[in-house]
Design a protein around this ligand. Structure first.
Ligand SMILES: [Mn+2]
Length: 405
């Protein structure tokens, strides 16, 4: 039996919160303890073990404690480097530190590794070598482990397509994509992103929580079983047009999580409402914090007046480019293109050329004079000001970030 775990990101502190820093460690520990509880022979970690190539000492301590336990029970652990636990320019990966301490035996960082562990053949492809994946082959019962993004995840910048993956393996374990996703090759081989053990960004929140995958390779076909972790902090995320509904939903769901013995949730809501309705919302959230029913809340306010305003402005302005804005403001095509040239190459030499040309060209001189009178030295016109206000007012973020230890 094999436990597939991924993207544990030890040392990460989502939102910069100490609470979340701890959550990341706790989820990792739970995932690894499942390996002991389920008596697996092998743990396959598909990358981003650490959140950075220079993890904090705490991250090493947490990893070492768990890995020692697994080693003592003769559970083998393979780890491949993702982009997070790989130095950007030079030096070792923290995985190699664990390797040199004898805490990890099977590590793939700079090369594609081929191991035979009992009757299993394992090929491990670190992030750095991800483009080589289509060339690989299995000669028996095998696992292919890699850290890369498949097009099938829906992530715009992908590394490979499902169809690029080689056939011949019994199970393909993937990391990098943080949501749990099960795919199959055309011959039926399971291709699994088991997902990260904690939520690092809001768009990683899933309905069914955080998952590790147990793979049974004793039969001809791999049998996979999902195990949901209990330590990851639950989320209440959503968009509401009505404060009363938002309050009701958050309160009910928070109580549910807590009475089920889970951690207090993170609340992240987008509200489309008037400013005046917010006092009540904040009041209730502060109360939930005080009663220890939620851990943290964040609210984004989308005011309805600003949305209408935004629509009008967009229709009026059309496509905005620097060129069109400058032309609009300056009111003279030749002067506009000279100014753009100067912006492109703001050297002393081009400035001198610009001044010389204006001094010798009556039309340009007049255009510049008109511009200075029109704007009294301030350049933006009504339209450009509107674009600026769209950026600075329409999506007003109210970050009342609070959390209780
Ligand atoms: Mn990751």
């Amino acid at each position: 039996m094999v436990l597939h775990v991924s993207d544990t990101h030890l040392g990460a502190a989502p939102y910069g919160l100490t609470l979340r820093y701890r959550d990341v460690y706790e989820a990792f520990v739970e995932a690894m303890e499942i390996a002991l509880r389920e008596h697996v022979d092998l743990v396959v970690h598909t990358g981003d073990f650490f959140n950075s190539p220079n993890p904090p000492p705490d991250a090493y301590m947490v990893a070492a404690k768990v890995l020692r336990k697994l080693r003592d029970r003769d559970v083998k652990v393979i780890a491949i480097a993702g982009q997070h636990d790989m130095p950007k320019r030079r030096g070792l990966s923290p995985l190699q530190v664990l390797e040199s301490l004898g805490l990890l035996k099977y590590v793939a960082v700079d090369e594609i590794a081929h191991w035979r562990i009992e009757d299993l053949e394992i090929v491990a492809v670190p992030y750095k070598l991800r483009d080589e994946i289509s060339k690989l082959k299995s000669h028996g019962k095998g696992i292919l482990a890699a850290h890369l993004i498949l097009r099938e995840t829906g992530v715009p910048q992908y590394d490979a397509r499902l169809a690029d993956l080689p056939e011949g393996f019994s199970y393909i374990a993937l990391g990098d994509y943080h949501k749990h996703l099960e795919l199959r090759l055309s011959n039926g081989t399971p291709v699994v992103y088991t997902g990260s053990t904690e939520v690092l960004r809001r768009d990683e929140v899933t309905e069914n929580g955080r998952i590790v995958t147990i793979v049974d390779l004793s039969k001809r076909e791999a049998h996979i079983q999902k195990v949901t972790l209990r330590t990851p902090r639950p989320w209440i995320a959503g968009r509401f047009t009505d404060v009363k509904t938002a309050i009701k939903t958050v309160t009910e769901r928070a109580k549910q999580f807590v009475s089920n013995g889970l951690k207090t949730p993170i609340v992240y809501v987008e509200l489309e409402c008037k400013n005046s309705d917010l006092t009540e919302f904040y009041h209730v959230m502060d109360n939930l914090l005080k009663k220890n029913l939620i851990a943290y809340y964040k609210v984004e306010i989308l005011e309805s007046w600003s949305r209408d305003f935004e629509k009008v402005v967009l229709e009026e302005v059309g496509e905005v480019t620097l060129r069109s804005v400058v032309r609009e403001v300056v009111g003279n095509d030749i002067l506009a293109s000279r100014i753009l040239e100067l912006l492109n190459d703001p050297s002393r030499e081009s400035a001198r050329k610009f001044v010389d040309e204006i001094a010798s060209n009556k039309e340009l001189k007049e255009a510049l004079f008109k511009l200075l009178v029109k704007t009294k030295g301030r350049l933006p016109t009504r339209k450009t000001r509107a674009v600026e206000s769209r950026n600075s007012h329409s999506f007003k973020k109210t970050g009342l970030a609070k959390f209780i230890r």
